[in-house]
Design a protein around this ligand. Structure first.
Ligand code: A5A
Ligand code: ZN
Length: 478
């Protein structure tokens, strides 16, 4: 399965690096014979599992309940909400036959689950006491994407679609839920040590059927942003079509106000893209399938003792809750270092005869920092080492993002800035000005109302028309 020969393209050639590292680090196998569908290698799936465990915990702890709805949505339900259909009609896969029999009602493979869930919400909500509803599911969804497909980034089968759906008594409560969602996503990305920028998408980029859409974007090494999450205020668009009502205190039927918010395996693409280096993956310790690799340095002398020491270290670290591997393959240490560096393992511990005598081990974090750790109390020391390493990843990623955000005062300067990152401009909100900006820069307006520690909000003249404008972020996007 693995190919340890040849070398990884440099990360500066990001597209080539990305495709190659997914293969070499055993994240995804792209040889599945359907375009836009890929296979998780077990190591990659481990990364997915630990990543989504964080997401689950954040949702569970904030009053969400996990649920599971069917994959198939009857055409008549799918076609109810006009804007929603229009937004998705070109992306839906249809099931039209059961065996040789044509189905009376064609079934859509969910591209997202509003129209699967909301007919049921109509049955679930009766009175004020049934609100709010806050559910989520982690499922596969299907979108017939026509843009260039790419593993983890643009899929036709999204395998790890976390979608949350909520229903509330008031518009304000739903708006507050959107804020809660953004805060959860910010915490989630902080655990992945990936800094993000939150903004309100322009109206033409809203989710089909939303009052407004808030988006979370990460900056990839090639200077393009990746939308790694969205939270939508749905107002009463869907509750009106699906008749989701509750009886208020005065005995009147009222439509509920809804939100939904989603994250896909793009979160893993972002972590891989942001942290990796020329030697392969660099994984945040919380999600690394292997957090510590122990490499016994076997010489003729004391080979058995060294092996036993490596095993003892593994047992101790595992007992402390760490994910550990001992690599006792009959390979030169250098080949093993290469192997585990490619797979992003945050910490490597080497034990050899000299360490046995000294009562120490040599440890190296994935970024090359070497430490000598005392053998007694090793398990107690490692979590601190991993936390410090995560802190370094976070700082490096923040610095890299900050250095590529450029406030500019003209369209020409925006053209330059978006070649390598994000331009912050003043824009008046007019669609014609947006079109002019997007045409000149070949970048997209990500949004306004920007929230980021890295961007200062201000007012100023629109870079196209000169009328009053507000801070707006622009970037080339995936
Ligand atoms: N029901 C809401 C939550 C929804 O579907 N929103 S969404 O269309 O914006 O999708 C949520 C997130 O899924 C997006 O922000 C994006 O990060 C991710 N996503 C969308 N299409 C994708 C695709 N084809 N491949 C991978 N991820 C995708
Ligand atoms: Zn303008």
């Amino acid at each position: 399965m693995e190919d340890e020969t040849g070398s990884l393209p440099p990360k500066s050639d990001f597209s080539a690096w990305y495709n190659d590292v997914l293969w070499r680090a055993e994240i995804m196998d792209v040889r599945y014979p359907v375009k836009g569908l890929y296979v998780w290698f077990p190591f990659g799936f481990g990364l997915r599992r630990h990543t989504y465990a964080i997401l689950r915990t954040l949702l569970d702890r904030s009053g969400h309940e996990e649920t599971l709805f069917p994959l198939l949505i009857p055409k008549n339900e799918f076609m109810k909400e006009a804007e929603h259909i229009k937004g998705f009609e070109e992306e839906v896969y249809w099931v039209t036959h059961g065996g040789l029999t044509e189905l009376d009602v064609p079934l859509a493979l969910r591209p997202t689950s509003e129209t699967a869930m909301y007919p049921m919400f109509a049955l679930w909500v009766r009175s004020h006491a049934d609100l709010p509803i806050k559910v989520y599911q982690i499922v596969n969804t299907f979108r017939y994407e026509t843009k260039h497909t790419r593993p983890l980034i643009r899929l036709r089968e999204i395998t790890s679609f976390k979608e949350a759906h909520t229903a509330h008594a008031t518009w304000e409560e739903a708006a507050a839920q959107v804020e809660t969602a953004l805060s959860l996503y910010t915490q989630f990305y902080d655990e992945l040590c990936v800094p993000v920028i939150i903004s309100r998408r322009p109206d033409w980029d809203r989710f089909p059927g939303a009052d407004y859409t808030m988006a979370v974007d990460a900056l990839m090494p090639d200077g393009r942003t990746l939308q790694v999450g969205t939270a939508h205020h749905l107002g009463t668009h869907f509750s009106k079509t699906f008749e989701i009502t509750y009886e208020d205190a005065a005995g009147e039927q009222q439509f509920v106000f809804q939100t939904c918010y989603g994250i896909s395996e793009r979160c893993i693409a972002a972590a891989i893209g942001v942290h990796g280096d020329d030697r392969g993956l660099v994984l945040p310790p919380k999600v690394a399938p292997v957090q510590v690799v122990v490499i016994p340095i076997i010489m003729k002398k004391q080979a058995d003792e060294v092996r036993a020491a490596a095993e003892a270290i593994r047992a101790e670290l595992e007992a402390a809750g760490l994910r550990v591997k001992v690599d006792d393959r009959d390979l030169r240490p250098g080949a093993k270092y290469y192997h585990w560096e490619m797979r992003g393992v945050p910490l490597r511990i080497e034990v050899g005869p000299r360490d046995l005598a000294a009562g120490t081990v040599v440890a190296a974090t994935r970024d090359g920092e070497k430490l000598t750790l005392e053998r007694p109390g090793l398990a107690a020391a490692i979590p601190g080492v991993l936390t410090a390493f995560a802190g370094k990843l976070r700082e490096r990623a923040e610095a890299s993002l900050t250095s590529r955000i450029v406030p500019v005062g003209s369209v020409e300067a925006a053209v330059e800035a978006t070649k390598t990152g994000i331009a912050v401009v003043h824009w008046c909100g007019d669609e014609a000005c947006a079109e002019a900006i997007e045409k000149e820069t070949t970048a997209s307006i990500l949004g306004t109302g920007v929230r980021s520690a890295h961007i200062e909000k201000s007012e100023g003249p629109c870079i196209v028309c000169g009328r009053p404008g507000t801070s707006t972020v622009i970037a080339r996007t995936y």
